[in-house]
Design a protein around this ligand. Structure first.
Ligand code: ADP
Ligand code: MG
Length: 322
């Protein structure tokens, strides 16, 4: 499994007595290299869940850079030689992600692809590259060298070797699409959990808010360091505690990279959770805030008007907007 190291689970802690009409129905499958689980609480049929999982597969065909047949792979292979016309869907997502790259000064960076490949993130052979290799990759990471043309919906790279990576936004984006699909089909209460990117539709079947436990990075299995109470929203967490690999000196490297240094981000934060109904944004901001560190992270989430909970390395919990 490509990204077995990055299975991150937010514990959903709730208790209620279900009556027969809203018996929960859960389906869990391995998709996007993580555990995807969808639970609906109103009397829906299996076809509804089939449709939700189909959305995961259809979207991966657009945004998964590890699938050589995907639309983003076509862009990555060709955009340096000529502008590539893309679907409206991909163009909108790229524009959104470009905007957050800009707003976060590249802490979240859609152009991080070559660095992700260099470190072997997402593969079996993750390794610490040499300083020379890192040095000679940094010039490929400037998102300003991605030209998005609104009029003909095309993408061009100004530098050969650039690569777009939507790994830090994809699960949030898929969660938004599934949430919209379930709502359109009348679902009033559901939980979508795509490897820790959680979307809660409505409230619990008993009408109360959901309680979400945020995973304690220092607890081996399933412990949480705090909870947030919410409804009709997404909660997305990024953390540097998902080990990518440990080198012979015992140094631990994780999978969130700082494209200004070329190394895994060094941050005073160990876990960042963003709370907003826009799960696409939450996914991007959870990554960005992790890279930025607490001070700039608070400014960034305030500028987007979203809520956040951060955990610092020294164990301090910082709540923004809640
Ligand atoms: P997860 O997918 O584990 O929830 P993230 O949402 O933070 O975590 O995404 C991490 C993935 O995004 C990495 O595996 C990599 O493909 C990509 N990535 C790593 N660093 C960055 C960055 N600074 N900006 C954008 N994408 C990144
Ligand atoms: Mg993310």
């Amino acid at each position: 499994m490509r990204r077995a190291f990055s299975v991150l689970l937010i514990l959903i802690a709730f208790a209620f007595t279900s009556c027969e009409s809203n018996e929960p129905r859960t389906r869990t499958e391995l998709r996007m290299d993580t555990i995807c689980s969808i639970t609906v609480y109103t009397a829906e049929d299996e076809a509804l869940l089939d449709g939700a999982f189909d959305i995961i597969d259809e979207t991966a065909k657009i945004i998964d850079m590890y699938d050589p047949e995907s639309e983003i792979s076509y862009v990555n292979a060709n955009a340096a030689s000529h502008p590539v016309n893309v679907s409206d869907e991909l163009f909108s997502l790229l524009s959104y992600a470009y905007g957050v790259s800009e707003a976060s000064s590249g802490a979240f960076n859609i152009a991080v692809g070559p660095l992700v490949t260099l470190w072997g993130i997402g593969g079996e052979n993750a390794r610490r590259p040499s300083d020379e290799e890192i040095e000679s990759t940094l010039f490929l990471l400037d998102w300003h060298d991605i030209v998005l043309d609104k009029d003909d919906k095309s993408v061009a790279f100004l530098t050969e070797g650039m690569k777009i990576d939507l790994g830090a936004v994809g699960k949030g984006y898929v969660a938004d699409k599934i949430a919209a699909y379930l709502r359109k089909n009348g679902t009033e209460s559901a939980i979508i959990n795509l490897g820790g990117n959680v979307y809660m539709i409505g409230a619990r079947p008993d009408g109360k808010d959901w309680t979400v436990g945020l995973q304690d990075p220092n607890s081996a299995h399933g412990g949480y360091y705090t909870t947030v109470v919410c409804r009709d929203t997404s909660v997305v967490t990024s953390g540097g505690y998902e080990r990518l690999f440990t080198d012979t000196h015992g140094t631990v490297y994780h999978h969130i990279l700082d494209s200004s240094t070329g190394f895994p981000a060094v941050s005073d934060l160990i876990s960042t959770s963003i709370i907003t109904p826009d799960s696409t944004l939450a996914d991007m901001l959870s990554t960005a805030t992790f890279v930025l560190g607490s001070e700039k992270a608070v400014d960034l989430v305030n500028s987007y008007g979203v809520k956040a909970v951060f955990l610092t390395l020294s164990g301090e919990e910082i709540r923004v907007g809640i």
